[in-house]
Design a protein around this ligand. Sequence first.
Ligand code: ADP
Ligand code: MG
Ligand code: MG
Length: 888
Amino acid sequence: MFVYGFAQGNKDMRDLLGGKGANLAEMTNLGLPVPPGFTITTEACRTYLETGREPAGLHEEVGRHLANVEAVRGRRLGDPADPLLVSVRSGAKFSMPGMMDTVLNIGLTDRSVRGLAEQAGDERFAWDSYRRLLQMYGRTVLGIDGPHFDDALDALKRDRGAAHDVDLDAGALRELVLTYKGIVRAESGRDFPQDPREQLDAAIRAVFDSWNAPRAITYRRQERISADLGTAVNVVAMVFGNLGSDSGTGVAFTRDPASGARGVYGDYLANAQGEDVVAGIRNTVPLTELAQLDKVSYDELLDIMATLEGHYRDLCDIEFTIERGRLWMLQTRVGKRTAAAAFRIATQLVDEGLITEDEALARVDGHQLAQLMFPRFDDRAARRAVAHGMNASPGAAVGRAVFDTATAVEWNATGEQVILVRRETNPDDLDGMIAARGILTSRGGKTSHAAVVARGMGKTCVCGVETLDIDVARGRFTAPGGVEVAEGDVISIDGTTGDVFLGEVPVVDSPVVRYFEGELDPGAAQADELVRSVHRLMAVADSRRRLGVRANADLPEDAARARAMGAAGIGLCRTEHMFLGDRRHYVEALILAENDAERTAALAELLPLQRADFEGLLAAMDGLPVTVRLLDPPLHEFLPDLTDLSVRVALAKERGEQAPRDEKLLRAVRRLHEQNPMMGLRGVRLGLVVPGLYALQVRAVAEAAAARERAGGDPRVEVMIPLVSTVQELELSREEAERTIAGVRDRTGFTRPIPVGTMVELPRAALTAGAIARTADFFSFGTNDLTQTTWGFSRDDVEAAFFAAYLERGVFGVSPFESLDVAGVGRLVELAVREGRAARPDLKLGVCGEHGGDPDSVHFFHDAGLDYVSCSAFRVPVARLEAGRAAV
Ligand code: ADP
Ligand code: MG
Ligand code: MG
């Protein structure tokens, strides 16, 4: 069976009937006024695409169902005296840009157009419907360029002095039909078909074929939608919104999809058909005005919307048409919504008894929460968007427009905030992107270079603003309405909505962040419904989740902030900052030391400083675990730059001066120089070859803990060894750590355990996790390095170099640095978890690195059986929410 009448399907049959068809069937069976029609299954489409021919029997099945529709409507398709007309609508399981548009009014011919006019008593309506058919059929079935038709329409309007389509009378539209038929003949080489069934069959085939349109293929690859689903085709009896002022068409939402406010919301356009509403060719009126225009239909529509919401138990959006005072439903689906609306609606539905708390949790996600946490433009500020593009990377950025990297870098260095404006970006623009507050482009989508790199950097980006005319050479761009922006003019861009504004729009902190930081009490009057919703759903998530959530934090302030955000400890304290600033001097001394005495002296200077650092951190995280990672980056990062130093030494020589320390330093820098530092002398390798370095850090950690305990605190510190690839490395560094801790215990009487564990961030560590676990109290997966080393990608280079091309060509759907590559890196994690736990059942397992705060990755870590994730403070609420969602 390849065809289902609307009464034969239901909403759960989306695989077979597509989203649109399944929901049309559901509405039909709910007794709602849906015009009669039928759905040709995705299976028919698949067969057609495989064999290049319609499946046997399809023609007859369509004929039978068409006959049913004809019987119900009392008209025959394209009957010259009184024609039935139908629409042919694509409808895959997932809605998909690039698929074929709908063709309305199939069945109109040179003869039946007269029958339609007579039956409707309206000449104008009939010719209007016919010209629409010619246009849609010409474009989507015959593949004729749209402008051919648009230009002809515009010319006619100019000729008749008509402002809008509705101002054209029957005679004018009849003339337009002649012109359009001429276009069809000229462009396709044959006449517009006068056989209604031939029109119908061609339109059905065109929908099938559009599954493999290039844009649809690219979209599927990027969205990871399987290429062999196929699309369904819906054939629906036409109802007419273009039959005069008592007719019209509209779209509506059962709640406001922008804010989530209760109450219906939508747009209505009288005397219009189909896409006129979204196409914006005339101004629509708010749905509520329909109450004045047609109270009966309006009330019925409200009833239906209530029915649909109760039935789908969610916000629904709908398309409807009113034909001479009679309401018809043409589409419904669970509607898209903004992040704020998602949270508000989910809690409203719990309160209304429609869904459970667990279901509410499933209706929101971490991406939405993250969006709500960015600073945003003040709603109360006057502002008007001059252009609109893709919301490629969220946030609100204000700055002076600059058009090239050099200017961006130069102005930023003088403390100026800049927005980099380019037609599109490429790897040469990287420095400019780093220097800019935000990035604005006129070309490219969410996988363009600008979008990918901006997201990687956490920078606001609006891309693909096609209405901007950017002239990089002259340093200016224009926007519609005569707006002109020159280099240095201030602009504001909203990466959450895609809006571009002139001038400075004031930025406000997100109320959600103020709530998380404890500055906004959700019970207080000034807390709005959004904050209360977030508060409630976070409580649900916390009560359901099994994964712990810690933060990556190095400084006491950051630790305190993370704690306020709900972090149950620190999963990664990077210690490199403890060697920077004034302390570089001691690091240099350590590296230059020629004997034990010099080395010991340098270390002795660092000890009290580091101890104080750790005390502060342990105080901020009192009572919670703090994992301290011993020094990881290559030493050259703490030394002067090779070129700078060479120049300094050369200049000194020229002047005949002595610079013995610089010369020594230069030799050291040369000695430490590496072709590939990220794979060189770093991590545990440093600990093993720089005598005393790791011991210094461990001693500072243990002494800080002892001091905190003496002061009445509850320190719970853990030592973590980075970049281990073999158990021998861990054994050696662990022995030294234990010796050092024992020394501190002897001197201070401190007795609490200090677990020693390791990062698993190299494939070899994961592959030998069983052996390593015998020496480790815990593992923390460093998924950034593990991703780099598993793929052989350098994170610092490849994102800018070729990720955009990879995403564009569908090599992967999302950067593996953004979302954990489950199929590859994930297998290493699973293997290490399994073999680590087998060797040591009480092995504690966590993950640190950006993936710890990535919504999709959190689900994987939950499933892999980790104990906790650790991420930046800002991402802690996101991880809590997702950990809760993963558990329900
Ligand atoms: P899309 O998926 O782009 O919304 P649709 O198939 O929903 O495409 O149709 C496009 C427009 O045509 C919508 O406004 C829809 O309501 C209208 N439409 C589709 N079928 C009919 C019909 N049988 N009678 C009247 N209007 C229709
Ligand atoms: Mg639609
Ligand atoms: Mg690492």
